[in-house]
Design a binder for this molecule. Structure first.
Ligand SMILES: Nc1ncnc2c1ncn2[C@@H]1O[C@H](COP(=O)(O)OP(=O)(O)OP(=O)(O)O)[C@@H](O)[C@H]1O
Ligand SMILES: [Mg+2]
Length: 427
């Protein structure tokens, strides 16, 4: 009988192991959003808010957060997670790009919404876009959407990558206006704007008057149980097991960014398969870490070098940046840390007690062009918070630190994996 990953007897031949690896590449998707409900992990509170926003007439949704936290995945699957009794959801998802303005965004949407129209004397199913060769106004959008859907439909129009739009000021103004008009007229449709942003003003500009008609959904990094769930949904489907230490290592190294759970998961699985083992061990995760570092985007590698370069051998840029990557972050999952939180990991790395004065200058440099703005700073004097400008940089910095032996492996375990049950006294 042919070998099927996760079913019946385990792999025996070389082809079986190759088939298993192929299956792993289908399930671990570090570079693609999730579009299968069964592989979508966690996000209960965000799904609930999406549902509430969608079902309440006159409400629209803005989903925002750091790059790579899982916004598109949520936008892709949330309507499929509605109770089956609400299944007549009509969802359209478009992706904005820098060449887009208000009219081109709506032309994209209108290409995917069809209406009955007379063409050459015959009734045909045509996209609304066919009626617009030029500009589209908020009032056009309202009129089209008002007449198109039945009361029993749940139409959801998702505009992803909204942060990328061109002519931001004008597009934002018209989009805010459209949301307000659709809401005022109680049109049965929900617009979902999705994009990378710290807050809704970042995404849509200062259009507070639409505040009431908008459900704001901040997308946090994944918490520990959500990261575990990604692995627990995939590994058993391969008929494999993940050693508890391996699980914790992946979960903590990823720093809440699901793409790293996927890439570390995939390479760890590959490493176990190469050993012809169905049990993924901590050693497999160590090999995976090397692969992830090798295969990281050149831009990440270059930005890291730019941030830590120095002609002096006694400089502490690498150590301070590593401590920043290990620092405790805000409970809301936005990935920000206070300078004070850097003291503990840096003390561990340097093996001596460190106060803020010791690295204040480094933090200041990290937010400058000279060091590639590797960090960004928010807030005001005495309440500054920092975060990595590019979230994907943070796990990279930690893995570099481990690879470069900047810190004793046992110490990095303690710093990096405080919640690991084996290390109860180190939190
Ligand atoms: N709920 C989830 N369960 C499992 N994997 C997830 C989940 N959410 C996201 N991922 C994975 O995380 C990675 C990033 O997801 P996604 O592309 O949805 O993020 P994003 O916030 O839209 O990113 P960007 O800001 O770059 O557009 C992908 O590899 C995706 O497969
Ligand atoms: Mg996305």
């Amino acid at each position: 009988m042919a070998f099927k990953p996760g079913k019946g007897a385990g792999p025996k031949t070389r082809e079986d192991w190759e088939a298993l690896f192929f299956e792993a590449t289908q399930l671990f998707t570090p570079s693609t959003p999730i579009d299968e409900n069964d592989l979508f992990a966690g996000r209960g509170p965000q799904i609930r808010k999406m549902m509430e926003g969608t079902l309440e007439r006159g409400k629209h949704v803005i989903l925002f957060g750091e790059r790579g936290v899982g916004k598109t995945s949520l936008a892709k699957v949330f309507h499929g997670l509605f109770p089956t009794t609400l299944r007549n959801v009509f969802a359209v998802r478009e992706q904005a790009d820098p060449s887009d303005d208000f009219s081109t965004i709506w032309r994209k949407v209108f290409k995917d919404i069809h209406v009955q129209a007379k063409r050459n004397g015959e009734t045909a199913h045509v996209p609304i876009a066919d009626f617009y060769s030029d500009q589209i106004s908020p009032d056009d959008v309202r009129r089209e959407l008002e007449g198109t859907f039945k009361a029993s439909d749940i139409p959801v129009l998702i505009i992803d990558e909204y942060d990328k739009i061109g002519d931001k000021q004008k597009t934002n103004e018209l989009m805010a206006n459209t949301i307000k008009v659709l809401s005022d007229y109680g049109v049965n449709v929900t617009i979902v704007l999705v994009g990378v942003a710290d807050n809704i003003n970042d995404l849509l500009g200062e259009h507070a008057s639409i505040g009431r008609c908008v459900e704001q959904i901040p997308m946090p990094r994944m918490n520990i149980s959500e990261r575990k769930e990604i692995l627990q949904r995939i590994v058993p489907r391969l008929g494999m097991k993940l050693h508890e230490d391996a699980l914790w290592k992946i979960v903590h190294l990823s720093r809440g960014l699901p793409a790293y759970v996927h890439s570390l998961g995939l390479y760890s699985t590959e490493s176990a398969i190469l050993r012809r083992s169905l049990l993924i061990s901590e050693g497999d995760v160590d090999s995976a870490m090397k692969r992830v570092l090798e295969r990281s985007q050149e831009s990440i590698k270059e930005e890291y070098s730019k941030a830590v370069h120095s002609n002096r051998s006694d400089n502490l840029y690498k150590q301070v940046l590593l401590a920043c990557a290990l620092a405790d972050t805000d409970p809301e999952g936005r990935g920000t840390f206070a300078p004070l939180a850097v003291c503990k990991p840096l003390s561990g790395i340097l093996d001596r007690p460190v106060k803020i004065d010791a690295f204040q200058q480094h933090l200041k440099k990290f937010i400058t062009e000279e060091r590639g703005n590797i960090l960004v700073r928010r807030g005001h004097e005495r309440a500054f918070r920092f975060r990595f400008r590019e979230p994907m940089m943070q796990p990279f910095v930690i893995m570099q630190g481990i690879e470069q032996g900047l810190v004793d492996p046992s110490a990095i375990d303690a710093l990096s994996f405080p919640a690991q049950p084996r290390l109860p006294n180190l939190g």
